[in-house]
Design a protein around this ligand. Sequence first.
Ligand SMILES: NC(=O)c1ccc[n+]([C@@H]2O[C@H](COP(=O)([O-])OP(=O)(O)OC[C@H]3O[C@@H](n4cnc5c(N)ncnc54)[C@H](OP(=O)(O)O)[C@@H]3O)[C@@H](O)[C@H]2O)c1
Length: 255
Amino acid sequence: MRVFITGASSGIGAALAKHYAAQGAQLGLVGRNQERLTTLSNELGANCAIYVLDVRNATALQQAAADFLARFGAPDIIIANAGVSRGTLTEHAEDIAAFQAVMDINVMGMVHTFQPFIAAMKQAGSGSLVGIASVAGLRGIPGASAYSASKAAAISYLESLRVELIGTGINVTTICPGYIRTPMTDVNPYPMPFLMEPDTAARKMARIIRQKRRIAITPWQMAFAGGLMRLLPAFVWDWVMKKAPYKPRLDWDWL
Ligand SMILES: NC(=O)c1ccc[n+]([C@@H]2O[C@H](COP(=O)([O-])OP(=O)(O)OC[C@H]3O[C@@H](n4cnc5c(N)ncnc54)[C@H](OP(=O)(O)O)[C@@H]3O)[C@@H](O)[C@H]2O)c1
């Protein structure tokens, strides 16, 4: 099995890399942090290629894809998982850069990840493109406007892509996780219901991918809550969310 994962240097991506390495997969691992990626690939001892790059850079991903295709051949699974989350408020001028970064990484990063592989996967007539979206993309979460908008865009983008690829043998899976314990959520100052450990999440996600589900929310408790979220009329949503705590607006050096 050949698996290409972005955002593999931390959290969910690292857990997915470990999961697939244990199954003997050949891996392409993408992230910006060379040290963490190298440590992970040494720890996995698997047949790994690491690509230190920013998913905002389409050319860098095209070069990584060309290298992966030459080394291993067309991937069976591509997981566009790299993502960032920060609190944002539209009234602050300095948050405009954060909006831009969140949209570029969480949405365009996904497009840049899939694009250079599609021709080879069409030729192979198989493979799964997997996008990690979020329950936060199902409704607008106050204080996380950029993140919610980026994940809503990802969900719609993945749906378009899924239909475009019908008949090619390539399937597209959208995964909307609830809360998973990673550096992304470690900063959240509020309670996180149904919080999952990353290795549990990776196991559940791998099952969803294996089943070629079109869209799945995990864990099941969040799927239930997410279904409810989508059904609520706007005035009920406003009433429920108006007192919700906000994701912190943190440092800007991550941009
Ligand atoms: N944790 C949750 O509760 C949760 C819930 C729903 C959805 N998600 C989604 O799951 C995905 C993974 O999140 P996580 O919780 O595992 O967070 P994390 O531990 O912060 O990991 C994020 C990963 O994305 C990579 N990344 C970020 N910006 C990048 C960029 N510009 N170019 C390349 N790589 C980049 C990071 O790599 P470097 O550090 O090396 O840059 C890191 O490997 C994200 O898309 C997130 O939105 C998470």
